[in-house]
Design a protein around this ligand. Sequence first.
Ligand code: GLU
Length: 424
Amino acid sequence: MSSELSYVQPTANSPWGTYLSQVDRVVPYLGGLARWVETLKRPKRALIVDVPIEMDDGSIAHFEGYRVQHNMSRGPGKGGVRFHPDVTLEEVMALSAWMTVKTAAVNLPYGGAKGGIRVDPKKLSHKELEKVTRRYTSEIGIIIGPHTDIPAPDVNTNAQIMAWMMDTYSMNVGGTATGVVTGKPLHLGGSLGRVKATGRGVFVTGREAARRLGLDLRGARIAVQGFGNVGSVAAELFAEAGAKIVAVQDHTGTILNQNGLDLAGLVPASRTAGGAVSFKGGDVVPNEQFWDVDCDILIPAALEGQITAERAQKTKARLVLEGANGPTVPTADDILAERGVLVVPDVICNAGGVTVSYFEWVQDFSSFFWDEDEINVRLDRIMMNALNNIWDTADKHKITLRTATFAVACERILMARQERGLYP
Ligand code: GLU
């Protein structure tokens, strides 16, 4: 049976093409459940919406919005909303599918979903951003809900945007439905530890991978691409553990210092309009130089498709920690494996965010809130259990951690599919 869909034309290295190839690689390890694998190769539901708003200058602008529910076999859809000028249906489909695999890999009672708006939020005023968010929420309101599909922050979205989403949904249904989104401000049902959770999960899985490789974090050299909520938090935690952050790349460029960049100066500088390159404690170098910098650990924490075959060939890192979703294309994955570079894949490495989103959702329903220590201890335990289980699977079948994560996750998803049976 062909898994071609008429509404997207993926290529080998595009996000959905990458995801499909990752699924194909897991089929030999699924046994009888392979019969159900086609279910992973098409989203359950994809909604495209028009988001019209009146701009501050009185003109009317239209933006394209999406919400894709990839799979709900194990529970409600879960996944962030991305605001970016390059967002496409194909990208949101892949991101939603990676959420299905991610939530199953850490065994959260969720399926996978994702949303996005094709907009550059940096070009919108605060009021315009609010209007775009509210209209989008209202349009996708027919398929989201605390028990059906729960959005959260992703690239260029944050707690304020989640507050507007929660309010819009609540106004439409009448009441206050805090459980409809996660990543909310603390006083609106948000959870302690959520903002740092993705970066913390990258650190927890990276620390364990380094230990198993015999790579001492004290003095380890790290290159980080993307210095937002994921990359900067991971960098700070690794630096606290004694590592040196030798290169950082963000949307403004690449900054290098082989003696280690001073994060106390770099992090605030990167939050200004000038970005990372406005920090004076390093050399600004051409962007491509980032990929062959002398380092032990590479953390891609920006967008998809960044580690190409060529970049995989030249990286000096021994360990790649995928803070971003889908940063490595399939050909690059093979090259890294051949070269003995260990990759902790996105679907486990960056699962800390959705794990604390789950804690937030549970706290909202029980109206009882945990302290930050409890959040971090539980996060650590879930991530470590999941990673150890995946590692055992990789050792058993002599496969990469990515294929092992897909094996563990897809077995859970397809087992649920099989047990539920086909309706009607
Ligand atoms: N956007 C994050 C991710 O890609 C978090 C999703 C969530 O918390 O639901 O995993």
